[in-house]
Design a protein around this ligand. Structure first.
Ligand SMILES: [Zn+2]
Length: 330
C-alpha cells in the first residue's frame, strides 16, 4: 500500500512539474551544476555536495525529470522536441572525485553528464582557490601569522575561525592580478608547513574513463581565468588550448564549453561568445540561474545548483528555477 501511495505521489508531483515544464515548444531545459563531490561532507566547505546528498539529488532527478545527454538536449531544444521535465547534469573544473564518487552514482541511475574541465590542472595541478582551501585546511593552529607576506595574523583555533580566515584570504587573493596572485600563493606555501594533495583534480586516465563511460567532456579553458580580465588574444588562447588538450586526451571532439565563473556580463562578454563559435564549439553554458526555453541562446545556456535533498523540496526548488528570467550578454 505504501508503495502504491508512493507511486501515486510521484505521478502527481510529475504531473504538476509537467505543467511548469511541458514537452515540445513550451519545454524548459533544466541544467544542474555541480563542482566537488567528496565521499564525506567537507567540514571546511560546508554546504557543498557529498556522496550522500549528491545521490539523493540524482535519485530525485531520475524520478521526477527526464535526464538527457547534453548534446541530445540541445538538439531537442532547437527542434522544439524536448520531453517534459527535461534535465541535464553538468560538473565544472574537473575534480577527481567527479570520476571517483559521482560517476558510479550516475551509472547507478543510468544518468549521463557533461564534465567541463580546466585543462591546465590535470595530473596533479590545482586552481588557486583550491590551493588556498587545501593549505588552510591543513595549516597548524591556533594562529596563522602571514605578516611576512604583508597580511595579518589570523585566528584559526576553531573550524569556524578557520573557515572565516579562508573566506577573507580568498577575497584578498581574488582581486590580485594573475602573476601577483601566483607569486603571493607561492610565498604563502613557503610559510605554511603543510603539504597539499596532488590528487585533487582528475588525471588524464580519469578523463578517458569518463569519456569511455559515455560522458561528455567539455572545455573550461586551461587556467580557469576570468575571461573579461584577459586581453582578447589571451582569452582566445585559453579557450582554444583548453579544447586542444582535452581532445588530445580523449581523441574525440570537445563540443561544449563552460565559461569560468560564468556570470554573463561580469565573467564573459559577447566577444567571448564569438570566440567560441570561431574556435568550433557547438554550444556553451553559463552560471546564470534559470532554464532554457525555445529560442534560447545555445551559447549561453543557464544552469542551476539545487541544494535541497528532501524529494518534494528538491522538485519545488527546481520548479522555482523554471520561470526565472535568464541573464545573457548580447
Ligand atoms: Zn569553473
Amino acid at each position: 500500500m505504501s508503495n502504491f501511495l508512493d507511486r501515486m505521489e510521484i505521478t502527481l508531483v510529475n504531473a504538476v512539474a509537467s505543467l511548469f515544464s511541458p514537452a515540445g515548444s513550451h519545454a524548459r531545459l533544466s541544467i544542474v551544476l555541480y563542482h566537488r563531490v567528496p565521499h564525506e561532507p567537507d567540514e571546511l566547505l560546508f554546504g557543498q555536495e557529498d556522496a550522500h546528498s549528491f545521490e539523493a539529488q540524482i535519485r530525485h532527478l531520475s524520478t521526477h525529470f527526464n535526464i538527457l545527454p547534453l548534446h541530445q538536449a540541445i538538439q531537442k531544444l532547437q527542434e522544439n522536441t524536448l520531453p517534459s521535465r527535461a534535465a541535464c547534469i553538468t560538473f565544472d573544473d574537473g575534480y577527481a572525485n567527479n570520476a571517483e564518487v559521482a560517476l558510479p552514482i550516475l551509472q547507478k541511475y543510468n544518468a549521463t553528464a557533461a564534465f567541463f574541465i580546466a585543462a591546465g590542472f590535470i595530473n596533479g595541478g590545482m586552481m588557486w582557490n583550491d590551493k588556498l582551501i587545501e593549505l588552510l585546511r591543513r595549516a597548524p593552529g591556533p594562529v596563522l601569522d602571514l605578516g611576512e607576506i604583508g597580511l595579518d595574523k589570523y585566528d584559526i583555533s576553531t573550524l569556524t575561525k578557520r573557515r572565516e580566515t579562508l573566506f577573507i584570504l580568498i577575497d584578498i587573493f581574488k582581486y590580485l592580478p594573475h602573476e601577483e596572485r601566483f607569486e603571493q600563493l607561492n610565498r604563502l606555501r613557503q610559510l605554511v608547513p603543510a603539504a597539499v594533495p596532488e590528487n585533487l583534480m582528475m588525471t588524464a586516465d580519469q578523463i578517458r574513463q569518463l569519456h569511455e563511460a559515455g560522458m561528455e567532456i567539455g572545455g573550461h579553458t586551461v587556467n580557469h581565468p576570468i575571461l573579461t580580465r584577459l586581453d582578447k588574444t589571451a582569452a582566445y588562447t585559453e579557450i582554444e588550448q583548453g579544447k586542444k588538450i582535452l581532445e588530445n586526451i580523449i581523441q574525440a571532439p570537445v563540443r561544449y564549453f563552460a565559461y569560468p565563473n560564468g556570470k554573463p556580463g561580469r565573467d564573459y562578454l559577447s566577444e567571448h561568445v564569438d570566440m567560441l563559435k570561431e574556435i568550433g564549439f557547438n554550444a556553451a553554458v553559463s552560471t546564470a540561474w534559470g532554464t532554457a526555453a525555445k529560442n534560447a541562446d545555445i551559447y549561453q545556456l543557464p544552469r542551476f545548483t539545487p541544494w535541497n535533498i528532501s524529494r518534494n523540496r528538491f522538485v519545488l526548488q527546481m520548479m522555482q528555477n523554471m520561470y526565472r528570467p535568464v541573464q545573457t550578454v548580447s
